[in-house]
Design a protein around this ligand. Structure first.
Ligand code: SP5
Ligand code: ZN
Length: 348
């Protein structure tokens, strides 16, 4: 299986995020996550590691707002120029004000725009964040292009984009939750030019960015299975009554699950989601995979076992669709490599 991976993710290595109460917490989304997966892959005899091509800016701009993208490209440098006090070498950038739902005009002020584009304090920006996010999305773009080149109707061809930073919380014009560019969405949009696409998001957290991007489209069915946002990040969307709008009405589905969900309960909901995908009969599948569903994840609070991860992979692979698998979250760094192997082996 072709695996797209770039070392540029090391450029994004913020040391902390801000938790409730303004507490600095060690950030869970760190380089070792990708390294552990890479390491586990190199020990198999089926993974072919490939550095992605670095063209595809137009593809990103079909999914993301152009001013948003230039904002995250320039924010760090602009901030360092503006803000004398706080700009020591390894400083991390966070906004200090956020717009409300009803009052959300985009101000000219630099600090105002920070809050406008950044949803929360778990999307820290350092000097290398933009370049790392670009390389990350190029992994997904290359994975999608490889599928377009190789897939035949009778032979599902699968690739894996080892993306870091992850992407599914990034909306058309906002970053948040460790995500800056929506890797899976950019890839799905490329695939959608040749046929309908289904995106299945199994990260522990609701794929609110992906939901935002495709909410008004019927050519990309988006489905997310995740912890109930009543009790988990991203809190403000991911509820069952959000089903898409206008042209896209009926083409988004959220499956919020209780904290503590175990294998058997998960399979039931997964079967339902897979039936929706079957009925839609897409030409391609994009799977946003977060290993934070694992029982021993330090952030996630589901109870999915290693066997569960294997079963989930198997059932998705049984759709027999050409699939791009995109790495999202998962923070148990001791187990993330092994868990991804268990999942991916169903797709070789
Ligand atoms: C891609 C992805 O999985 N993003 C997740 C973003 C979660 N953001 C909130 C993290 C809060 C972490 N605090 C957990 C403390 C556990 N001791
Ligand atoms: Zn997650």
């Amino acid at each position: 299986m072709k695996v797209f991976y770039s070392d540029n993710h090391f450029l994004h290595n913020p040391t902390y995020e801000l938790a409730e109460g303004g507490v600095r917490e060690e950030i869970h989304e760190k380089p070792i996550r990708a390294l552990q997966i890479l390491h586990a892959l190199t020990k198999t005899d089926w993974a072919e590691i490939i550095t992605p091509d670095t063209d595809g800016l137009e593809s990103i701009l079909e999914v993301h707002d152009v001013e948003y993208l230039s904002f995250i490209k320039n924010v760090y440098r602009e901030w360092r120029e503006l803000s004398l006090q706080t700009s020591n070498e390894d400083a991390t950038f966070f906004p200090a004000i956020f717009p409300r739902q009803k009052w959300y005009k985009k101000p000219e002020s630099f600090f105002g725009r920070m809050g406008y584009y950044i949803s929360d304090l778990s999307a820290p920006i350092v000097s290398g964040t933009y370049d790392a996010a670009l390389s990350s999305v190029y992994c997904a773009v290359s994975g999608a292009k490889e599928i377009l080149k190789n897939s035949l109707p009778s032979f599902p061809y699968n690739t894996f984009a080892l993306c870091r930073p992850p992407g599914h919380h990034a909306g058309r014009a906002n970053c948040g939750g460790y995500c800056y560019i929506n890797n899976a969405s950019v890839a799905a949009n490329i695939l959608s030019k040749t046929g309908n696409v289904a995106i299945l998001d199994i990260d522990y957290h609701a794929g609110n960015g992906t939901q935002d991007i495709f909410f008004r489209r019927s050519d990309v069915l988006t489905i997310s299975i995740h912890a109930n946002p009543n009790h988990e990040y991203p809190y403000f969307s991911g509820y069952a009554d959000e089903i898409g709008e206008n042209e896209g009405s009926g083409f988004h589905r959220n499956y919020p699950l209780d904290v503590g969900t175990s294998d058997n309960k998960y399979y039931k909901v997964l079967e339902d989601a897979l039936t929706l995908i079957n009925n839609y009969s897409p030409k391609y599948l994009v799977v946003s995979v977060g290993m934070d569903i694992y029982s021993e994840d330090p952030i996630g609070r589901f109870k999915i076992s290693e066997n569960g991860i294997n079963q989930i992979g198997k059932r998705i692979a049984d759709l027999h669709l050409p699939a791009l698998i995109v790495m999202e979250g998962g923070y148990n760094t001791a187990q993330i490599g092994q868990n991804m192997i268990i999942f991916l082996e169903n797709f070789i």
